[in-house]
Design a protein around this ligand. Structure first.
Ligand code: FES
Ligand code: FES
Length: 175
């Protein structure tokens, strides 16, 4: 058996240090060592997007990163994003638009949507939102409501206010 190795990284603004087995994924480290269970695991092979977290400002699949590879990095989980209010608009839009049912995929969807809205300075098209979300699987909602929610949040971020009802209708979104 391989001896545990020390890891030290910043998670949601706090430095954490633990001893972990070298094979421990970042997803398992967050969930089991730090009890940050908002990071979900589904496929554990980089396909479903349930485990997405921000790592040094980029969305990464925590199931594909070993904890030892994250040493020295800044990780932000869905809990951290929520606690600092960074995704409050997306959370509200998902709620209002009925963009979640069981909620299993929702943390990954929120991380992906946040990462998208952080890197654009205009409201992305529905095609761009769908492209960004193409690595996130949802077995409940059919995606339409999720794209609606991200569109609504993008309008608020990019246009500095509530989404105009006529613009929503132009895109086929029921306000
Ligand atoms: S659990 Fe990581 S992509 Fe599915
Ligand atoms: S809301 Fe259930 S998997 Fe997406």
């Amino acid at each position: 058996m391989t001896a545990p190795v020390p890891v030290s990284l910043i998670v949601n603004g706090t430095e954490v240090s633990r001893l972990v087995a070298p094979r421990t994924t970042l997803a398992d480290f967050l969930r089991f060592d730090l009890e940050l269970t908002g990071t979900h695991t589904g496929c554990e092979m980089g396909a479903c997007g349930a485990c997405l977290v921000m790592m040094d400002g980029e969305a990464v699949h925590a199931c594909l990163v070993f904890a030892v590879q994250a040493v020295g990095s800044r990780i932000e989980t869905v809990e951290g994003l929520a606690e600092r209010g960074a995704i409050a608009d997306l959370q509200a839009a998902f709620h209002v638009r009925n963009a979640l049912q069981c909620g299993f995929c929702t943390p990954g969807m929120l991380v992906t949507a946040h990462a998208l809205l952080e890197r654009v300075d205009e409201v992305p098209s529905r095609e761009e939102i769908r492209d960004a979300l193409s690595g996130n699987y949802c077995r409940c909602t059919g995606y339409e409501a999720i794209v609606d929610a991200v569109t609504a949040a993008a309008q608020t971020r990019c246009c500095g206010g509530a989404r105009p009802a006529d613009a929503l209708q132009d895109e086929g979104v029921q306000p």
